[in-house]
Design a protein around this ligand. Structure first.
Ligand SMILES: NC(=O)c1ccc[n+]([C@@H]2O[C@H](COP(=O)([O-])OP(=O)(O)OC[C@H]3O[C@@H](n4cnc5c(N)ncnc54)[C@H](O)[C@@H]3O)[C@@H](O)[C@H]2O)c1
Length: 254
């Protein structure tokens, strides 16, 4: 208990899946959690669940692709809670699942806009908010940030971008003498609504294919990723920056 006691943590995409599990775990470990999303009803439900469990949380509507929304949420967090200590850039959208020669430019831009522009804006305004007192930024990439997977060109490009952006900013912060650690997390296949959507589109064979591709024969749980994020957010990771934490049930080890 208390691994992030009294830290103010902002989690994007916190209404569902990995973001929700992270919000709940951080709150159990003593953080004041501000979660943001486009899904207001689901966000309010997460806040209620955290309050029922004795934790502290607030929800705000926030589109990560809009810079004005970033300015507003960072100001709100600082004025309501006094600081921004940890930012988890988690909001993301899945793959369109079409071959690259059929991928529409609009769809490519839509994916990059949420998954990469959204993380850039978070990093930009996060560093701005943390540069006096220090902090931690954790960017959620994917195993797709390391390897090629079919019909996922835009998603892979966005997640590879998040991995490189993370390292560039980690080194830049260190070089500037800013006490800001920046790391990426690379989940394998995790049982969340995002993967559920892909399975729904691809049918039962898609689920079989995913399960057969797992060294352990099963998908991960959102809580498996939340534990890694918690470690990076905590002072136990004080020497960890610019790193890439893979949590994938062995997917990349083959
Ligand atoms: N589930 C997996 O297998 C898996 C694997 C690797 C990486 N990831 C990454 O983990 C992160 C979380 O994914 P998840 O599986 O929990 O998905 P999810 O769909 O359950 O949750 C993502 C959340 O992001 C929100 N969101 C989407 N666009 C947004 C926007 N423009 N502004 C604000 N919020 C927005 C959604 O409303 C949703 O609540 C994503 O970045 C995803 O790419 C997931």
């Amino acid at each position: 208990m208390g691994r992030v006691a009294d830290k103010v943590v902002l989690i994007t995409g916190g209404a569902s899946g990995i973001g929700r599990a992270t919000a709940e775990l951080m709150a159990r470990e003593g953080a004041m959690v501000v979660l943001t999303d486009l899904q207001d009803q689901a966000g309010a439900e997460v806040v209620a669940a955290i309050a029922d469990a004795g934790g502290e949380a607030a929800y705000h509507h926030h589109d990560v692709t809009e810079e004005a929304d970033w300015v507003k949420i960072v100001e709100t967090v600082q004025s309501d809670h006094g600081a921004l200590d940890v930012l988890v850039n988690n909001a993301g959208i899945g793959s369109s699942g079409v071959p690259v020669d059929e991928l529409q430019l609009e769809s490519w831009r839509g994916t990059l806009s949420v998954n990469l522009d959204g993380v850039f804006l978070g990093v930009k305004h996060g560093v701005g908010a943390m540069k006096e007192s220090g902090g931690v930024i954790i960017n959620i990439s994917s195993v797709a940030g390391f390897i090629g997977l079919p019909n996922m060109a835009a998603y892979a490009a966005s997640k590879g971008g998040v991995r490189s952006l993370t390292k560039a900013v980690a080194i830049e912060c260190a070089a500037r003498g800013l006490k800001i650690r920046v790391n990426s997390v690379h989940p394998g296949f995790i049982d969340t609504p995002m993967v559920g959507g892909a399975i729904q589109r691809g049918g039962p064979e898609r689920r079989e294919t995913i399960l057969n591709s797992q060294p352990t024969g099963e998908m991960g749980r959102p809580e498996d990723i939340a534990e890694g994020i918690l470690y990076l957010a905590s002072d136990a990771a004080k020497f960890v920056t610019g790193s890439e934490m893979v949590i994938d049930g062995g997917y990349l080890a083959r």
